[in-house]
Design a protein around this ligand. Structure first.
Ligand SMILES: Cc1cc2nc3c(=O)[nH]c(=O)nc-3n(C[C@H](O)[C@H](O)[C@H](O)COP(=O)(O)OP(=O)(O)OC[C@H]3O[C@@H](n4cnc5c(N)ncnc54)[C@H](O)[C@@H]3O)c2cc1C
Length: 384
């Protein structure tokens, strides 16, 4: 059987793309070397937001389109079915943190300029909003009601099921081995252990492995080292379900020690911190993970009173995920220059961006470049 497109990778980006292409009437095959949503997507903090993307208007717009895209899909399938949680977020900074406070004021001005929903909470309003939590002296906050928490594995599996219902074939335990192409570079499909899957276009959505996968598929080893993507590991700790979980919104703080926590889909608290991620980067041993986990739990205990009496490290789940981080921090979306029917989708913030990127894919694979995607092609990197 031949297809209109083969997608390599069954994370949130690949599966959401499969859904949008099949909805547009295309015959789609998706190949996942293991099980769906077990790569970075299954180890993500999974905060869908455009609130932390204020430095670049085009990147903000794409992220805001992702957040809006989740709401559109929730209206279609039901938020519960897709694991989309309307928590909103609060960014908290103390007045005593001068640079942090000024940065939050700048974010507020930028977000208002972009028209992204946000409200300033002074100390009194914040205390009412964050009842039951201990926040630093002099803390004020931005309330970001549009931000969402996504149960990323649930979303990915549900959207893959919707793609299947639309006729897509989703193959698990089915690694893509090589790109089939003519001598002139015309794409013919993908080789697998079970034979060739024929299609005139291939979309690589292989997350942090993108460089290595492109090298394997094309035989050009240089992709493995030169693809402009860094791998940035991150540690997450999730507590068991808590009775009367005091974390109702996602909370993001830079006042004392940087910390982000959210109400996890299972009823516990999911905790992460960029500083702790730094230590994991240096040393990925079990002992280092446990040290990082203990630090996360301790920091969260400063905000959630009594947390350390209710939960020990052994009760919690620790996960390490690897962020696919393009060199300039933005997304890579588009054809590989010189092989026009081989498309690459590789990005951090891929949870947020999945609905926005995938919704544009039917146009992109038909030779149009939607203006929202124009700044994110591979051609912006030297050597591509
Ligand atoms: C700790 C952490 C926190 C994060 N927090 C957020 C956040 O709050 N908000 C946000 O938006 N983003 C966040 N991210 C980033 C986000 O999770 C990723 O950008 C996103 O999950 C990437 O999805 P993906 O589908 O591209 O990659 P993946 O989920 O990694 O999927 C790629 C898939 O390709 C498959 N594959 C690889 N090679 C082959 C092959 N040869 N054949 C077939 N299949 C193959 C892999 O098995 C894998 O399943 C976070 C990431 C981490 C690690």
């Amino acid at each position: 059987m031949s297809y209109d497109a083969v997608i390599v990778g069954g994370g949130i980006i690949g599966c959401t793309t499969a859904y949008f292409l099949s909805r547009a009437g295309m015959r789609v095959a998706l190949l996942e070397r293991g099980a769906l949503a077990r790569g970075t997507t299954g180890n993500s903090f999974a905060w869908a937001n455009a609130s932390t993307k204020t430095a670049d208007a085009a990147y903000h717009r794409l992220n805001a389109a992702g957040v809006a895209g989740f709401r559109t899909l929730a209206a279609e399938f039901g938020a519960e079915t897709l694991g989309i949680h309307e928590t909103g977020a609060i960014q908290v900074v103390s007045r005593s943190d001068g640079p942090g406070f000024r940065a939050m004021q700048d974010d507020f001005a930028a977000l208002r300029g972009f028209g992204y929903p946000c409200r300033w909470l002074d100390g009194e309003a914040l205390a009412a909003e964050a009842r039951g939590l201990t926040l630093p002296e002099g803390a004020e906050a931005l309330l970001l009601p549009a931000d969402l928490v996504i149960d990323a594995p649930r979303f990915t599996n549900a959207i893959a099921e919707a793609a299947r219902s639309g006729g897509a074939v989703i193959g698990e335990n089915c690694p893509a081995l090589a790109l089939a192409a003519d001598d002139d570079g015309t794409v013919k499909g993908i080789e697998t252990a079970d034979g060739m899957i024929a299609a005139p276009r291939v979309i690589v959505a292989a997350g942090a492995d993108t460089g290595r996968v492109l090298a394997e598929l094309t035989g050009f080893d240089a992709f493995a080292t030169r693809f402009p993507l860094r791998e940035v590991p991150g540690l997450l700790l999730t507590t068991p379900p808590l009775e009367q979980n005091p974390i109702r919104r996602l909370i993001y703080t830079s006042t004392t020690d940087e910390l982000h926590l959210l109400p996890a889909p299972g009823g516990g608290i999911r905790i992460g911190s960029d500083d702790v991620d730094g230590a994991i980067w240096e040393d990925r041993s079990e002992a280092s993970m446990r040290r990082g986990g203990a630090a996360l739990l301790k920091r969260a205990g400063r905000i959630v009173p009594g947390l350390s009496d209710r939960v020990t490290l052994d009760d919690c789940t620790l996960q390490v995920g690897v962020r696919p981080y393009p060199q300039d921090g933005k997304a890579i979306i588009g054809p590989l220059p010189g092989a026009e029917e081989l498309y690459v989708l590789a990005t951090h913030s891929g949870i947020t961006l999945a609905p926005a990127i995938a919704a544009h894919m039917p146009a992109l694979v038909h030779g149009q470049t939607p203006p929202d995607l124009a700044p994110f092609g591979l051609g912006r990197f030297p050597g591509f």
